[in-house]
Ligand binder design. Structure first.
Ligand code: ZN
Length: 83
């Protein structure tokens, strides 16, 4: 495979990725977020928080209640600045 062929493939796949991202955003707007799970959310390299994450679409729904977050972090041996 030549570099030109690689560039063509990468360009095609980046366009597909953008289309997928747009479709995921559209689906997240349709979702009613009726069920969530706690999970880790990295908002920048080296920083990770526990967040409520929609079980259906993966949207970040915000911070858990204090006790809920503390139980989760205890169970998962996780410690963050705001917990
Ligand atoms: Zn959702």
């Amino acid at each position: 495979m030549t570099n030109e062929e690689i560039k063509t493939q990468v360009d095609i796949m980046q366009k597909e990725r953008e289309a997928c991202t747009a479709e995921i955003d559209r689906l997240k707007k349709l979702c009613t977020h009726d069920k969530y799970e706690l999970g880790y959310y990295s908002w920048r390299i080296g920083s990770c928080d526990i967040k409520k994450i929609c079980a259906y679409c993966g949207e970040i729904l915000g911070d858990p209640e204090f006790e809920e977050g503390r139980e989760f972090s205890k169970k998962n041996n996780f410690s963050a600045g705001n917990i």
